[in-house]
Design a protein around this ligand. Structure first.
Ligand code: C2E
Ligand code: MG
Ligand code: MG
Length: 749
């Protein structure tokens, strides 16, 4: 295929050589005169172009044998390949139909079929062959007839050789020129189709604007996006498809394009005025466009524009910007935005001599609900709780979520502390109403701490910290309430810190000891088990029971250390008792969820048992239902492994946590320990306590041991016995005792 560049060169050659050879132009038309008709005007452009290699296939048709021969001789001498020749019109038609020719030198007066008829046939069959008529018929009519039938030139007999050869060369050259022009046109058309395709298939909207910013070209995509046809848009103002809020900016940008390319973001609208998206539009003045197909001369003559749909990107950016200041789950402001608004409220309050309340709200039982029902339901609950909090507030107040179940509330422009107290009380009572979650009523309560500007702090940080402290104070007094910050709370916190350090030190300097509490068969009065309970021999406070330090040990992450120390100590004591020939009862050890979740717990426990040669079935680990709220599968696997090792598993404080009880069917549980809070409620032997009845029934149904905790009175013991619960633990049968006192109680084997 010929390249467009090649064709351009041909044009250049034609133009360059035309002037040079025009003098030599001598094609005869009626006795070799200079051509005046349009028939030879094409030759005008191409005359004297040298035909370098003559490969043309020529046909000479003339009834005069001498003429044929001399013409063929002349042509061969001039370098043409030997032409074919024939005497009659019929034969010439046959030859022309059978093989391709470039040129026919045709006599009009033929014996059988006339030259004009041959011409008619050629045109009818659309044969692509040039025809030069060489005729003795000198009438103008025959010349006109031949020209009408589209001959390329007309030479009268007798011809001047040089003239005829020149005519032939020019006709052939013109044909080549036309052929290459046709190729060029086809190539241009292909190229245009390609560029149209590229423009229309581009995901971008491509357009051109004239000097008045009207569309002079639009890609199909512009039309489809705007809901208009291409023709509807042409000559319409670009601004007619721009969103009205973006008009000013767009107009300004368009005016600036003459100074150089620029871009802007805008919304385009459809015909029905709806927004079809956000676009980044790049506009380039076309005089800087690398083409000469536009008006040039440094004058601005239009704008080339590309609009890229950035709707998704814009949405993401907007979302990111939103998330920088909002909580993704609830859509509420986050800490950053809260602080910003609190700062503003402080400034205004200072000016107006008003007060500001900054509240810290913590949902008391959220973690349990979240762990029990799963995170998805937990999220729903949080959203509902947030909605409930929001409903108790004015429009000018700010509710922010700053952590899992932690919210802050800003009440600006208050006159008194009581105003804040009223809102807080309402929040607390609203939150205490049940939430419906997965068809179950869930009770969440809220602990609210309040810090007031300017009374409790004059800057953002102080107010936040003090509200937080006030909230902790409410929690420590039993949750579900609201309270203001007071300056004594600072002491409380520093006491906490001190206590934390003391625990660390106490663990290092072996101030902890183990006490043992008996589990007794209340019918035989035999000790069937011991529970190991940690005690802390505090240097100044004396002996502290586990309840006063275990939560803090958990909080500061020292529970694993304490637990392994308990296991070591208990096994060591058991080993010694056995060595002394004492009856070694089963030992119960409390294991926190955070320890059970440790990957090496299983191996370390077995290692300790092995070290002291303790039969595995002599150990019962006490876990609470809370272990199931984490990674349930992991915990189940872990407990199954322990059970396969014959280590017993008890559920401590049974019945106090959220639970579906379903786990009892797949967890390897051996014992249920009825929580002391249920036992405490037994007042008479015929008490109907439904929970204890249910627990004993469950244990019987699943063939589990049941131990009642916190048994302090004979009435309680009698009631439990009546229900079929024999094993008991509580002050009635003995306080937790030191190792020596416990040892004294053990009987020899
Ligand atoms: P728990 O496992 O349910 O232990 C029973 C608690 O009830 C013990 O409190 C015990 O002294 C107390 N108690 C026993 N009988 C009675 C009674 O008749 N009346 C009353 N009012 N209380 C009774 P203690 O030792 O303060 O332990 C509290 C909790 O701390 C334990 O509850 C247990 O969950 C945890 N704990 C104790 N030691 C450890 C330990 O070494 N590791 C872990 N992880 N937790 C421990
Ligand atoms: Mg226990
Ligand atoms: Mg218990």
């Amino acid at each position: 295929m010929q390249r467009p560049g090649g064709n351009a060169n041909i044009f250049a050659n034609v133009l360059a050589t035309r002037a040079e050879h025009s003098a030599a132009f001598a094609v005869s038309f009626s006795s070799g005169a200079m051509p005046k008709s349009s028939a030879s005007s094409g030759a005008n452009q191409s005359e004297a172009l040298p035909v370098q290699v003559k490969t043309h296939r020529l046909l000479v048709v003339d009834d005069d044998a001498g003429f044929r021969e001399s013409l063929c001789f002349l042509l061969k001498r001039k370098g043409y390949p030997a032409p074919l020749a024939c005497a009659g019109g019929r034969e010439s038609i046959k030859l022309l139909m059978e093989m391709p020719f470039d040129l026919v030198l045709l006599d009009l007066l033929l014996p059988d079929v006339s030259g004009l008829e041959v011409l008619g046939m050629l045109r009818q069959a659309s044969l692509d062959v040039a025809v030069v008529v060489i005729s003795g018929d000198s009438t103008i009519e025959s010349a006109i007839g031949a020209l009408r039938l589209g001959v390329d030139d007309y030479v009268r007999k007798p011809y001047v050789s040089e003239m005829l050869l020149h005519t032939i060369e020019n006709v052939l050259r013109r044909r080549e020129l036309e052929k290459s022009q046709r190729q060029l046109a086809a190539e241009l058309e292909r190229s245009e189709r390609k560029y149209h395709f590229l423009v229309d298939a581009s995901p971008d909207l491509i357009f051109m604007l004239d000097e008045q910013f009207n569309f002079s070209f639009v890609s199909k995509r512009v039309a489809s996006q705007s809901g208009c046809g291409v023709d509807d848009l042409l000559r319409k103002p670009f601004l007619s498809i721009v969103h009205e809020e973006d008009l000013e900016r767009t107009r300004y940008t368009l005016e600036r394009v003459s100074q150089g390319a620029c871009s802007t973001e805008l919304r385009l609208i459809r015909r029905d005025e709806t927004v079809c998206g956000h676009f980044e539009v790049s506009l380039i003045p076309v005089d800087s466009f690398p083409t000469n197909s536009f008006k040039g001369n440094g004058r601005r003559c239009g704008i080339y524009g590309v609009a890229r749909d950035i709707s998704v990107q814009k949405l993401n950016n907007d979302r990111l910007a939103f998330l920088a200041f909002h909580d993704a789950l609830t859509g509420l402001p986050n800490r950053a935005l809260y602080c910003d608004r609190l700062g503003l409220a402080i400034v205004q309050a200072k000016r107006n001599r008003m007060k500001v309340a900054s509240m810290f709200v913590d949902l008391d039982r959220f973690k349990l609900a979240n762990d029990t029902f799963g995170h998805q339901k937990g999220d729903e609950l949080l959203k509902e709780a947030a909605g409930r909090l929001q409903n108790s507030l004015r429009e000018t107040d700010t509710l922010a979520r700053i952590g899992g179940d932690e919210f802050t509330i800003l009440l600006p422009g208050l006159r008194t502390r009581e105003d804040a107290a009223c809102v807080a009380d309402k929040l607390v009572s609203d939150m205490a109403k049940p939430f419906a979650l997965a068809g179950i009523e869930v009770f969440l309560t809220a602990s609210v701490g309040i810090a007031m500007y300017p009374d409790d702090g004059e800057d953002i940080e102080t107010l936040l910290r003090h509200a937080d402290l006030a909230m902790y104070h409410v929690k420590s007094r039993g949750k579900n309430g609201a309270g203001f910050f007071s300056s004594t709370m600072g002491e409380h916190t520093s006491r906490r810190l001190l206590f934390e350090n003391e625990i660390r030190r106490g663990l290092e300097s072996r101030e902890f000891e183990l006490h043992y509490q008996c589990q007794v068969d209340s019918i035989t009065q035999k000790t069937v088990g011991l529970e190991a309970l940690s005690r802390w021999q505090h240097p100044s406070k004396g002996l502290l029971s586990a309840g006063s330090f275990v939560p803090m040990v958990e909080e500061i992450g020292l529970m694993p250390a304490l637990t392994y120390w308990v296991l070591q100590t208990a096994c060591q004591d058991m080993q010694r008792w056995r060595d002394q020939g004492l009856d070694m009862p089963r030992m119960s050890v409390n294991i926190s969820p955070c320890v059970l979740e440790q990957d090496d717990f299983h191996d370390r426990l077995l290692g300790i048992l092995h070290e002291h040669s303790i039969p595995h079935e002599h150990i019962e680990i006490e876990i609470t239902e809370n272990v199931l709220v984490g990674d349930r599968q992991k915990v189940t696997d872990r407990l199954l492994r322990l059970s396969r090792e014959r280590i017993r598993i008890a559920i401590d404080d049974f019945g106090t946590q959220y639970s579906s009880l379903g786990y009892l069917r797949y967890l390897p549980v051996n014992t249920l320990k009825i929580d002391q809070s249920f036992v405490r409620e037994i007042e008479r032997v015929d008490d109907t306590s439904p929970i204890i009845r249910a627990i004993v029934a469950i244990a019987a149904g699943l063939d589990l041991d049941v131990v009642a905790e916190g048994v302090e009175t004979e009435v309680q013991a009698g009631f439990l016995r009546k229900l079929g619960c024999r094993k008991m633990q509580g002050f009635l049968y003995g306080q937790p005792l030191s190792v020596e006192k416990t040892e004294a109680l053990l009987v020899p084997l």
